[in-house]
Design a binder for this molecule. Structure first.
Ligand code: SAH
Length: 347
């Protein structure tokens, strides 16, 4: 298979063009066609000579995912199920909220980490997405479906910081002026707590937002809900997050999936408020969205209200994420899961 041209950074493409004996500005023209012009083929790059268009076609692919299902929820959340070139499926979710249109991107097919409440890890891990496949999700929605997207969260299938080479590459191309020119502040990376990945994101030196999927405030419970905690226990992740906040100057977010009788008691609220205060983080509370085959229950309204009140009394900044797209299985990995956890499908 030919390498996809969207896997090349601007500098790498400049070097590749130099090797072909082309002048340096060719990389700028090609980036402009792909990332600003939204072309789907090299033939469409009409200010390049026919010879160069042929050379590009011989050497590179310009691939896009294939849309195989599109579901719209009554709350306007939309879910897209895509098929990749090798037949694996991934999903991404568009969450409109006023003028803001947030795209939730996948970074892996499946996931290694098997969080107890999450659908994505249930079919195991298949493979990392390439940067071109991460960018392909953005370009497909923007160019084929004509959507104006404002915010980008790496919070779909997979763990972005377990695939940091490709996720970082995609972030850099999304951010670069030659690429999509998206401000880093409009991007958020969500992690279950991969400490070396948080350090790497820090070293990228961009003002990308970081969201830590906390879900439990004691190591014992967290190790059950998020098995990765055994490798990177709470205190280590908190330190890495503190460091990230200091270096990037961005406010952190703590994601907390609230599960009835599991992590929704007064001591949990107290611990959560303390960690949020230490990290100067805002809290995003997410009532558990039921996953077929799991025993957990979403919290009752009275328990959510009590939890919110306890956090509020402790001075925490909290938003309650109303579960979006429940009727279209929008929680992470559910739709791909219903088709066999991202398994390759015969064409
Ligand atoms: N691996 C990364 C990103 C993918 S999961 C991470 O762990 O942050 C991102 C988010 O999906 C989690 O924080 C959680 O908010 C949400 N999530 C997963 N399963 C869920 C479920 N069953 N109900 C509600 N939210 C869920």
């Amino acid at each position: 298979m030919l390498p996809d041209i969207k896997d090349f950074s601007f500098k790498e493409l400049e070097a590749a063009m130099a090797e072909l004996g082309e002048p340096g500005f060719r990389a700028g023209q090609i980036f402009a066609w792909i990332y600003q012009g939204g072309v789907r083929s090299f033939e469409a790059c009409t200010d390049l000579s026919m010879t160069l268009r042929m050379k590009l076609k011989e050497r590179y692919a310009l691939g896009f995912p294939e849309l195989i299902r599109r579901l719209q929820s009554s709350d306007l959340t939309e879910k897209f199920l895509f098929k990749l070139a090798d037949g694996h499926s991934i999903e991404c979710v568009l969450i409109p909220s006023g003028a803001r249109k947030t795209l939730c991107l996948s970074t892996q097919v499946g996931c290694k980490f098997g969080c107890a409440f999450c659908a994505s890890g249930r079919g195991g891990f298949k493979r990392n997405l390439k940067a071109s496949e991460i960018l392909g999700q953005v370009l497909f929605l923007r160019d084929r479906l004509n959507m104006s997207l404002t915010n980008f969260v790496f919070m779909g299938m997979g763990e972005p910081l377990d695939n940091f080479e490709n996720t970082g590459r995609a972030i850099l191309i999304m951010n670069s002026p030659e690429g999509l020119g998206i401000a880093a502040r409009r991007m958020t990376v969500s992690t279950a707590g991969v400490v070396p990945g948080i350090e790497w994101l820090r070293d990228l030196g961009l003002q990308v937002n970081l969201s830590f999927s906390l879900h439990a405030v004691r190591d014992e419970l967290r190790s059950k809900l998020v098995p990765l905690n055994r490798k990177y226990p709470l205190e280590r992740v908190i330190k890495a997050c503190q460091d990230y906040g200091r270096t990037s100057g961005r406010r952190l977010t703590l994601e907390y999936v609230l599960i009835q009788n599991v992590n929704d008691g007064p001591a949990d609220a107290d611990g959560l408020a303390r960690i949020a205060a230490r990290l100067k983080a805002k809290i995003n509370l997410i009532p558990y969205s039921p996953v077929c085959g799991l025993d957990f229950e979403p919290p009752s309204k009275s328990r959510v209200d009590r939890f919110l009140k306890l956090l509020d009394e402790r001075g925490a900044r909290v938003t309650l994420r109303q579960s979006k797209g429940l009727d279209i299985q929008a929680a992470c990995g559910q739709l791909a899961g219903s088709r066999g956890a991202g398994a390759a499908e015969s064409k």
